[in-house]
Design a protein around this ligand. Structure first.
Ligand SMILES: Cc1cc2nc3c(=O)[nH]c(=O)nc-3n(C[C@H](O)[C@H](O)[C@H](O)COP(=O)(O)O)c2cc1C
Ligand code: SF4
Length: 664
């Protein structure tokens, strides 16, 4: 039999890790499991989550953070407890599952130190390298300085946890020594002002790292690889720098087997922007940190953060800038990414949009109530791992007519076709994508274009889907087709703003910006500072040099944005001198001089404008949709015509409307 083509030779070359050989250089980054029990143990859902990552082809799968000493270091309440042997049955089942796909399993050992949550620590006491108050999330708490005896206890706990991990079938461990958790705190002068042998010089600040590595080695033996995840730079004032990270790496090198270089520290509220790189960052934004560190050590160095594209990863490895690449969100979108890249199907990979919907819902303590369930706008199966793995694909043979070729309609077509239904999708314009054609026009949202392209090519490749462009669906057409099911995905339209002067030729609505770019004047006023208006403002100010003013009625911008994306957008706003935001301003008129904005006291100000963008929201085409209500035995409305302006329900409800159609 002819061997499968290897398109990315370096990415798919084996990697030596101590005595282990990993089958390729794609790692599944540490990702905490969904579905943990109250004790933090793995459930079937947690195990399937990691199994799908192994099945997708990653060379190594990290099982996410696990506590080494719950009594003094618990950050979220529900974390896998490696200091409790009760965790072993789930751990063994999980590593077995990973091994069934020839992947190696590791688990991440964490002590959160001063960023523990006092609610979960014994007696509510939180410990860190130094004492004082520690801000974390919106609150802060008192921290007690660790004594040398307690440092020994915690160092021992790392070793014990590694031993449990080894017994539980892990092939190696990843010590979490970055992101501003305990070990990272020791390295960071803004978290460690001790004057004993654990503070001051680099050697002193790095001492606990070496003690942890030695303790693990002593307990797990020379043939059990040790990986350290560090931050290549804390990016905080007074925090650990790249220079510190290089010095630390050189000190650690002889005691460990691999370095995994991430970035930033929770010391800064904006850490997430580089830790889970936002869409405003280039892909692989932290790779240069790994590259610098790699110049100083002889052990493998892993990079992480914002990777999607196998060709980009191949180039980076080929240029010897890192030895392996860890993927987090890219694998949530498409767990099969490694296998697709290996087998020449990379064109079918959907890229992560870096919208951080998945991370934001559980981003404690910054969000008040962790939801434990997240959704992804480009993967309808995200969070439904048990359903995906365990259910047989239902077989269907209905004739399905879909009205509208936006995301909901396209997903509905793919969902229905995957079960065997025969689909005709009609789109009144000459192209697919609907509202997403506007959504992808900002520079930082180009991955949405790829999403639409992949869906389109999957539709074209399906023998069960017929696409009819430039086709307006009428009752007569429905009658001629005679569908068993009619899925109506008509989309939404921008809400009209009713103010004097709205008919001014300088006014454009938020859905036509991509068609009107060349007419955009130098001074742009955006009416509406929701996520769409704010993203557009950032796009015009940052990439098109416009002078932008956003008028928002509420006292907060983008209240519809996921938390981490919101923080990333505010960070952009702060850096853009040519973007001004006016909160609690209502547009009351448009005059020759510009947009009239009134404040809550009725005071008026005129904002001069060459172009005025109205972004005050979307309304569904509900009435038009209702005209289809009785035209087929089953009629389902999905997408913007039900919940306007939201990609997640459009994609999810669209897909499952098709997938769950009744069988005849
Ligand atoms: C759902 C999810 C859970 C994560 N859990 C952890 C974790 O337990 N420990 C950790 O160090 N990083 C965690 N991360 C961060 C990832 O390991 C990774 O560093 C980050 O997502 C950036 O990589 P990416 O751009 O490929 O997603 C998590 C990320 C995601 C998306
Ligand atoms: S929710 Fe957004 S950031 Fe998370 S995996 Fe999906 S596309 Fe990526």
């Amino acid at each position: 039999m002819i061997a499968k083509m290897k398109t990315f030779p370096t990415l798919f070359s084996p990697l030596k890790l101590g005595p282990l050989t990993l089958k390729n250089r794609i790692f599944s980054a540490p990702m905490s499991a969904p579905g943990l029990t109250a004790e933090g143990y793995f459930t079937r859902e947690s195990i399937l989550f990691y199994e799908q990552l192994a099945k997708g082809g990653a060379g190594a799968v990290c099982l996410g953070e696990s506590l080494v000493h719950s009594a003094t270091g618990n950050n979220h309440g529900r974390v896998f407890p490696l200091d409790d042997p009760g965790c072993l049955p789930g751990l063994i089942k999980c590593t077995d599952a990973v091994h069934r796909y020839q992947a190696k399993a590791s688990i991440e050992l964490i002590h959160p130190g001063r960023r523990s949550d006092p609610i979960y620590n014994a007696h509510g006491k939180v410990y860190g390298p130094s004492g004082g108050r520690c801000h974390y999330g919106d609150g802060d708490h008192e921290v007690t300085e660790l004594t040398e005896e307690m440092i020994d206890v915690i160092v021992n706990a790392f070793g014990d946890a590694a031993e449990i991990a080894q017994i539980g079938g892990c092939d190696f461990v990843t010590v979490h020594a970055g992101h501003g958790w305990l070990l990272g705190q020791f390295l960071a002068p803004n978290n460690n002002w001790r004057t004993d042998r654990f503070g001051g010089s680099l050697e002193n600040r790095a001492r606990i790292f070496l003690m942890v590595a030695e303790n693990i080695r002593k307990k797990c033996g020379p043939h059990f690889p040790i990986d350290f995840r560090i931050s290549g730079d804390d990016f905080t004032e007074g925090g650990a720098t790249l220079e510190d990270a290089i010095g630390l790496s050189k000190l650690l090198e002889d005691k460990i087997d691999m370095l995994h270089v991430s970035a930033t520290s929770f010391h800064d509220k904006r850490a997430g922007i580089r830790m889970f790189p936002s869409m405003f960052n280039p892909r692989g934004v932290n790779a240069y940190l790994a590259e610098e560190i790699k110049k100083h050590v002889d052990i493998p160095v892993v990079t992480v953060g914002g990777f999607n594209d196998p060709a980009h990863m191949e180039d980076l490895l080929e240029a010897d800038k890192a030895d392996a690449i860890a993927l987090g969100r890219a694998l949530l979108v498409d767990p099969l990414l490694p296998e697709k890249a290996r087998t020449g199907q990379e064109d079918d990979i959907i890229y992560c949009l870096r919208c951080n919907n998945c991370m934001s819902v559980d981003f404690v303590p910054y969000v008040k109530y962790p939801l434990g369930v997240s959704h992804c706008p480009v993967n309808p199966w995200h969070g439904l791992i048990e359903e995906k793995f365990c259910h047989q694909i239902p077989y269907g043979d209905q004739k399905v007519l879909i009205v509208g070729g936006g995301p909901a309609g396209m997903e509905a077509a793919l969902g229905a076709a995957s079960c065997g239904h025969q689909v005709i999708l009609c789109e009144k314009t000459d192209s697919l994508g609907g509202a997403l054609r506007q959504a992808w026009h900002p520079e930082f949202k180009k991955d949405i274009k790829r999403f639409v392209e992949v869906l389109e090519s999957r539709m074209k490749a399906s023998p069960n889907i017929e696409i009819r462009l430039n086709t307006h669906v009428t009752p007569e057409l429905v009658q001629t087709v005679g569908p068993d099911a009619l899925i109506v995905a008509l989309g939404a339209k921008p809400i009209d703003l009713e103010v004097p002067g709205i008919e001014d030729p300088r006014v454009i609505n938020c859905m036509e910006i991509h068609q009107r770019k060349e007419y955009m004047g130098d001074r742009v006023v955006i009416i509406g500072g929701g996520m769409l208006g704010l993203e557009e403002g950032i796009n015009l100010a940052k990439y098109h040099d416009k002078e932008v003013t956003i008028l928002e009625m509420q006292n907060r911008l983008a209240s519809d944005a996921p938390y981490l994306h919101y923080i990333a957008m505010l960070n952009e706003v702060e850096q853009l001198d040519n973007l001004q935001v006016m909160l609690e301003r209502k547009c009351t008129a448009i005059t020759e001089d510009g947009v009239v904005g009134s404040d809550k006291n009725g005071g008026e100000e005129i904002f001069p404008a060459d172009t005025i963008i109205v972004a005050v929201g979307m309304e569904s085409r509900r009435e038009e949709s209702e005209t289809f209500r009785n035209l087929a035995p089953e009629v389902i409305m999905v997408g913007d015509c039900v919940q306007p302006g939201q990609m997640i329900p459009a994609v999810l409800n669209g897909y499952f409307a098709g997938y769950n159609l009744q069988r005849t």
